[in-house]
Ligand binder design. Structure first.
Ligand code: SAH
Length: 350
């Protein structure tokens, strides 16, 4: 059955015309799905009962079921574990900032990029999420918190550019003025650096922010941390990022996770400064969140601050990421993993 929440209003109009329904019904249904975040066809009270019945027979309506909600005692950050219609589980995060509320969503179940320090990729990729499953993370969190979602970061589990078509569809639906009307400037997509897709994204005319996971200032170190670096080298990635900036006018945000003894020395900060010199960009320093499956450790506070100072000395704008919700299961993919492990153990003892 066709997934109705992933459809554009034009696609809905076509489907409804084929069913012999009036065009204005498409606009009504679109609003129910995206503005009112409807969870059932039954709820669409402005539609005739017969039409609601026909919709239920012809379309599937994706809704996510919250299976766990954890609230941080220190900063109010909330982590959500959602069950998808096929039983897979994913995690999303809600954060409150001074400038508004932000939701961090997953783009895939698992991931196949294999970054060494990341928990999301340990069991590989299960599948990409549909546009409706990405939207539903935002919609359910909006309903459950009762607060407006101002910005979205696609920085949860998965590689968004490895799920390109669904991602772009999701962004167009999330920013639709007839839906949640989230500003394009409020959307950030984080990638490990899939070069052809960065060029493609620059041409979509979306005006969203691109965050690039750099994590190293030379190819050799980057290859140690990220297998994808064997496919695209830094020169190719930086050229794609520059093209993205020139096309969209949106400055790139580079992410750099500091791993003790791997990429955190002053020399490396200087090399990073040289690599990015002259670019209108921003560097986000992330103290690595250790995962128990790997023996990476985080750099000390002083080392992190020295790294930031060195970058700033090179004229690069750099901030240290404030950690949110550390008390509720740290890094991307850890909550999902601990949940799945517990489930498996419970099944064993049944
Ligand atoms: N696939 C996308 C988005 C995923 S994660 C990407 O690679 O950008 C978002 C960011 O968190 C990425 O920069 C990722 O490298 C980083 N990250 C993942 N696990 C981490 C960990 N354990 N500690 C610090 N940063 C981590």
């Amino acid at each position: 059955m066709t997934d109705i929440r992933s459809m554009t209003e034009e696609e809905l109009e076509k489907e409804l015309a084929a069913m012999g329904e009036k065009k204005f019904r498409a606009a009504q249904i679109f609003e129910w799905l995206h503005r009112h975040r409807a969870e059932s066809f039954e709820q669409m009270s402005s539609l005739p009962a017969a039409l609601r019945g026909r919709l239920a027979e012809s379309f599937s309506l994706v809704t996510l079921r919250p299976v766990r909600i954890l609230t941080s005692q220190t900063d109010g950050t909330k982590k959500f574990l959602f069950e998808l219609p096929d039983g897979n589980v994913i995690e999303s995060v809600w954060m409150r900032y001074r400038h508004g509320n932000s939701v961090c969503i997953s783009s895939q179940v698992g991931c196949r990029m294999g970054c060494r320090f990341c928990a999301s990729t340990l069991d590989g990729l299960v599948r990409g999420l549909t546009a409706s499953e990405m939207l539903e993370q935002v919609y359910r969190i909006g309903s459950l918190t009762g607060e407006r979602v101002d910005s979205i970061v696609v920085m949860g589990s998965g590689e968004p550019l490895d799920n390109y078509d669904a991602l772009v569809r999701f962004i167009r639906l999330a920013t639709n003025p007839k839906g949640q009307d989230i500003s394009n400037r409020g959307i950030t997509v984080s990638t490990c650096g899939l070069v052809p897709e960065i060029y493609r994204l620059a041409d979509e005319g979306l005006g969203i922010t691109l965050a690039l996971s750099l994590h190293a200032s030379d190819d050799e170190t980057r290859r140690r941390l990220m297998p994808i670096a064997r496919k695209y080298d830094l020169a190719e990635i930086l050229a794609a990022c520059k093209a993205y900036f020139h096309k969209t006018g949106r400055r790139i945000s580079y992410e750099y996770s500091l791993v003790h003894g791997v990429n955190d020395t002053r020399k490396e900060a200087q090399a990073l400064g040289r690599l990015l010199s002259g670019q209108n960009c921003h560097v986000n320093l992330i103290p690595v969140n250790p995962i128990k499956e790997r023996d990476f450790t985080r750099s000390g506070r002083e080392q992190i601050e020295a790294f930031q100072k060195t970058l700033e000395g090179c004229g690069i704008n750099a901030t240290i990421r404030r950690e949110m919700g550390r008390d509720i299961d740290g890094a991307c993919g850890q909550l999902r993993r601990s949940y799945l492990k517990k489930e498996a153990e419970e099944r064993k003892t049944l």
